[in-house]
Design a protein around this ligand. Structure first.
Ligand SMILES: C[C@@](CO)(OP(=O)(O)O)[C@H](O)COP(=O)(O)OP(=O)(O)OC[C@H]1O[C@@H](n2ccc(N)nc2=O)[C@H](O)[C@@H]1O
Ligand SMILES: Nc1ncnc2c1ncn2[C@@H]1O[C@H](COP(=O)(O)OP(=O)(O)O)[C@@H](O)[C@H]1O
Length: 315
């Protein structure tokens, strides 16, 4: 049979999108637009949400998995908003069903909502076979949230501006993490506002309020691939604010260090705590001890860096 071309059109596309941790988070003063300039080092970790999109008459989103009950399945869901902005870009009707299977803790400082938005952008672009380049996709992502471009990018990256301007960072080897999940979440704007308040009262002496500097020593340590060099350089300006809002996290951080982690930090705006370990076996041992210590609602072992949002299945 000649002259017959079979073009396979997928009826569904599934994308896997990673969580992130900020190895360094330097926060500048409050800007006039309500945001803060950041200098941050993101690393994408092997804790994922899966986002599946299908053509459907109506646009809808359905979330299941960890914390799904506290995610609104309506027009405010970041994956839904991602589908709307991409449909507008493509000048198409956003007739889609979006299914999100969450493993990233909700409001946990690990950018789960941003992962879902990045995942929906990649999934819809693939389902519709859109001719959109990475720069355009990143611009749409930045309009959805400061962390969404990193959900597309993955790996290890230096973020500036609101956190949406990214350059890749050389990071050798694999880093092993234990994540201590907290009961309940922390609202990102509330944590930034608490940092502003602490700075006004000069109560956050370890988070100076000037323009943040590039963490050159951390960047060199990442290039060396040595977790012992990276661990003492982990830094988060938002940590005093997160600890002020959730004092129980102090115990969690202490417990992680006592059980043999090389370093521990509140992840982004919290309340998840991230512990860097010497290797995989050490991470498994730290996770087991932390789980027994009763200082977290759950623990996860993860490694990084991993890629950004990627297609894993066509239905
Ligand atoms: C703190 C960080 C660190 O990576 O992430 P999380 O730990 O929450 O995941 C990010 O800056 C969060 O990024 P994201 O969650 O996308 O925030 P956005 O939707 O853009 O902004 C939500 C709100 O957070 C505050 N915000 C966010 C980013 C920024 N550079 N300055 C800010 O002050 C603002 O109050 C803003 O209205
Ligand atoms: N798909 C989504 N998954 C999680 N949260 C979402 C989603 N869409 C919107 N949100 C909202 O974004 C807020 C922040 O969620 P999330 O990204 O999980 O945490 P964080 O900003 O701490 O990393 C949640 O409280 C929720 O109301």
């Amino acid at each position: 049979m000649s002259g017959v071309s079979l073009s396979v059109v997928s009826s569904s596309v599934t994308v896997r999108a990673p969580a992130k941790v900020n190895l360094h988070l330097g926060v500048g003063p409050l800007r006039k637009d309500g945001y803060h300039d950041l200098i941050t080092v993101f690393q994408a970790l092997s804790l994922y949400d899966d986002i599946t999109v299908r053509q459907d008459p109506e646009l809808s989103v359905h979330t299941r998995g960890d914390g799904a009950a506290s995610v609104a399945d309506d027009h405010t869901n970041l994956a839904y908003r991602a589908a709307v902005v991409l449909a507008e870009w493509a000048n198409r009707a956003a007739g889609l069903s979006i299914d999100i299977d969450k493993s990233i803790p909700v409001a946990g400082g690990m950018a789960g909502g941003s992962a879902d938005a990045a995942g929906a952008l990649v999934a819809v672009a693939e389902l519709w076979r859109l001719d959109i380049d990475r720069a355009e996709l990143s611009a749409l992502a930045a309009g959805l949230g400061s962390d969404v471009p990193f959900g597309l990018h993955g790996g290890t990256a230096l973020g500036t501006g609101r956190g949406e301007q990214l350059v890749p960072v050389l990071s050798r080897g694999e880093f092993h993490w234990v994540l201590a999940l907290a009961d309940g979440g922390l609202s990102t704007p509330t944590v930034f506002a608490e940092l502003d308040r602490l700075r006004e009262n000069r109560a956050a002496a370890d988070t100076p309020s000037g323009d943040p500097a590039r963490p050159d020593r951390l960047l060199a340590a990442l290039a060396s691939g040595d977790p012992h060099a990276v661990a003492p350089l982990l830094h988060n300006d938002l940590q005093p604010a997160a600890l002020g809002l959730k004092p129980a996290l102090r115990r969690t951080l202490r417990a992680g260090l006592e059980t043999g982690a090389l370093g521990g930090i509140v992840s982004g705006s919290g309340p998840t705590c991230a512990f860097l370990c010497a290797d995989h076996d050490s991470a498994v041992a730290v996770a087991a001890e932390l789980a027994g210590a009763g200082v977290a609602r759950g623990v996860r072992v993860a490694s990084g860096p991993v890629p950004g949002a990627k297609v894993i299945d066509h239905g």
